[in-house]
Design a protein around this ligand. Structure first.
Ligand SMILES: [Zn+2]
Length: 289
């Protein structure tokens, strides 16, 4: 693919003199003011504790969101040491942490397809978790395996999106994702980290499936550029993977790459929150979408 050098000199991507590249001002410039005129929503954050030692609490998350005026975030458990066989404890904890900020922090349940997931699914659904998070490497299953089909099916029937990790530690996943998306066209399948582990094949193989979304947390800029260049902006979602990244870094890279990839100004609000809100069945403020 030819790199469109002329876009590097698009005024949107060049900071005005004296404008810091980690400033809200610059973010507003690269997004053609989308971040000022439409709500920003983050599709990928964690609360609690991970087996790798990372932690984040609601105050820390909200403080990071506040730096760039991010309206809200999808929240799910880490690979928590207290996950047991069904993530019951971390699912309950993150729900309780999100509850005082129910209009801003939207909890997803994390499930382990090897465990007795049905009861935990029912409980979380009834409690108000808004979607499902799956991690094929941490919970050791394949995206297309029969083991996990039941979860996709239930989520699709209940209208809950499923966000599945497709980043570090994964093998080629494009054909498995395509098989799932084809079998369940009413499933809203969000690829955490935009399937960067299987680029560029994933973009070609998954293009025909409008129910597959690309969430952009911790995707390196050259892959991000390709996603923004080749995938319709209605299927791309901003995410940060906090605390593994920050709003500053994630918003900046998404904004700059979107400007360079030539995403039209009027499609920017979709990338930064509109698509996520639609997938969740919520409509963006101000009558968008
Ligand atoms: Zn994550």
């Amino acid at each position: 693919m030819r790199i469109p050098y002329e876009r590097y000199f698009d005024l949107r991507a060049i900071p005005q003199e004296g404008m810091a590249m980690d400033s809200y001002e610059y973010l507003s410039q690269v997004t053609a003011s989308a971040v000022e005129n439409a709500p920003i929503w983050d599709a990928h954050t964690h609360l609690g504790t991970d087996t790798d030692g990372k932690t984040l609490d609601a105050d820390g998350l909200l403080a990071d969101l506040a730096k760039f005026d991010v309206t809200g975030a999808v929240v799910f458990p880490f690979n928590d040491p207290d996950q047991g066989e069904d993530f019951h404890v971390p699912n309950e904890r993150i729900f309780a942490e999100c509850a005082p900020h129910a209009d801003r922090l939207l909890p997803f349940m994390r499930l382990n397809p090897h465990g007795p997931w049905e009861a935990e699914y029912e409980l979380c659904l009834a409690r108000g978790h808004r979607g499902v998070k799956l991690h094929p490497r941490a919970q050791e299953f394949e995206i297309g395996s029969d083991l996990v089909r039941g979860i996709y099916k239930r989520a699709a029937d209940d209208g809950l999106p499923v966000l599945v990790h497709t980043g570090y530690g994964m093998p080629a996943i494009s054909h498995d994702v395509a098989t799932v998306a084809a079998a369940l066209p009413h499933l809203k399948l969000i690829l955490g980290h935009a399937s960067f582990i299987d680029m560029p094949r994933a973009l070609r193989v998954l293009k025909p499936f409008p129910n597959v979304y690309f969430e952009t947390s911790v995707v390196r800029v050259y892959d991000l550029f390709q996603v923004l260049r080749e995938v319709d902006p209605s299927r791309v979602m901003y995410g940060s993977d906090k605390p593994y990244s920050s709003s500053t870094v994630s918003l900046q890279s998404m904004g700059i790459m979107a400007a360079m990839a030539g995403v039209p100004a009027e499609r920017m609000p979709d990338l930064f929150g509109g698509n996520l809100l639609r997938v969740l069945g919520l409509s963006a403020e101000g009558g968008r979408g």
